[in-house]
Design a protein around this ligand. Sequence first.
Ligand SMILES: [Ca+2]
Length: 468
Amino acid sequence: MKTTLATLTFCLVVLMATGFPLEKKGGSSSGSAAKEKRVQYAAWDDVNVIAHGLLQLGQGLKEHVDKTKVQMRDISTKLKVFNRTVTELGKESQKLRVEGEALKARAHGLEDREGQLLNVTAELREKAEEMQHERKTMSERMSRLEERVDNMLQGGAVLPDTNAGAKNNSDARHIQLMLEAQNKRIDDLMERIRLQQEKLDKQNVRIRTLQSQVQQSRQRPSLRNSNTDAQSAVAEQRDSPVEMASDCHELFLRGETTSGVYTIQPINAEPFKVFCEMTAEGGWTVIQRRQDGSVDFDQQWQAYEKGFGSLNGEFWLGLEKIHSIAKDGGYILNIKLCDWSRDSADMRLPFHLGGEETKYLLTTWKAEAFSPLESSLGTDATAACPFSTSDQDNDQKNDINCAKHLSGGWWFSNCGRSNLNGRYFQSPPPKQRHQRKQSIFWKTFRGRYYPLKSSSMRIGPAAIANKS
Ligand SMILES: [Ca+2]
């Protein structure tokens, strides 16, 4: 461009220097023809020079326009790329925001749970303190009594009233028994407090991890990196044993409200799948379901230990899994029965299930006496019963193998009280008694020979049952 301008300027200067011969021609009208011709030649040269200059100028301008076009194209390509990047960044940051919100919500949920656990722990601690106080009072009374007994024994010859001595002795024995019972309760409570504390610690770890994740996803400058990191951190968290809920109620407390199949991991156990029934009061873990006879329940010890059937249909969860969920205590067993005229029964009993070494001893208890309905499972006389199958006879009938005599595996005592794992009979049931007695029955609901239409057994922490 500069060169073009220089050329043009040069041409103009040349023109000025020649004194614009064409104008001069108009100025001297009296000049000769020869002179005129010379002037005309000079003017032609000038025109050539100018034309040449203009040509160069034109070329220069064209080059400049071409260059500018290329530059414009570059700039517009760059702009497009920039626009795309801005849109992508916008999307990424939106995704991150959503993820951050989800993490925050989870952290919040965990904080709530921590609060609940703290309350429970405080309650338990209070109870334990009360117990300890009671124990102290008892032992004071005990030592006073012992003192009195000693005094009486020392002055035995002088004391004619032997009845009073005997009475004091029986009082002392009574108090000693009470004291032992109290001690056992205190030990139980201490153990529960320890377990609660363990859970609380795990929750705390989880809350801290989540909080730091939320923090990180907020702070990280590179959007793309933080996105993948947060995702992998969440995935890691899901896979870690701390993350898995220990039962359906914990899932419920974390915000799961839909019944269905979930994976849980009780403390000191491998993860496994369960069917959770989410109700308004909490999350129940289903351990048995009969409804259509689609699964054969006439199985042996190993099958009853591991579990069988389909979680969405009929199934037995498995003694080992039930034990691992409920081993910490404080669980309720909820049994539901239904007959063919749609009458139903519903029982809730606190229970404890021992491990393999106890043959999965089922213990049930109640503050008051068992109701007639409940007495088909537990009675005040025999509230604890080991599990039996046809290949493991642990029942209380010496001459009979209840499981072989009937069908399936159950906590058989005398073969005649209940069996929810018996054979499934469609309606109408067989007429022969010896067949019907192999069925699913509950003596104190519809009698010994009535094959029930459906049954379900589920377990949940006592906290659920107290709510309903
Ligand atoms: Ca037997």
